[in-house]
Write a new protein. Structure first.
Length: 94
């Protein structure tokens, strides 16, 4: 994880889209910390679960899903979605 990166914890079962950053930012990856059926998806979007997908984690997989070493620039913002069956996770961003 880059030194300048921030982390945001997301509890399991969060049904609504989670806005990590509502302006341009960099997505570095996510760490899934519990097993669940939902598939977390990360979007280059400031407010919704739509647009360019910049990351996702397979269902029922605990561990890391990291992007490139320099991250992925999200011009619009960073939003995470997965529905009520989403696992708990940590999002890495700046």
């Amino acid at each position: 994880m880059p030194i300048a990166a921030n982390t945001t914890q997301i509890p399991a079962g969060t049904a609504d889209p989670i806005i990590i950053r509502n302006i341009r930012g960099v997505y570095y990856g996510l760490i899934v910390t519990s097993s669940a059926a939902g598939v977390p998806v990360v979007y280059d979007n400031a407010t919704a679960s739509s647009g360019k997908v910049v990351g996702e984690a397979p269902a029922s997989t605990i561990g890391q899903s990291l992007g490139p070493a320099n991250g992925i620039t999200c011009n619009n913002g960073i939003t995470v979605s997965g529905g009520s069956t989403m696992p708990s996770m940590t999002i890495l961003w700046s």
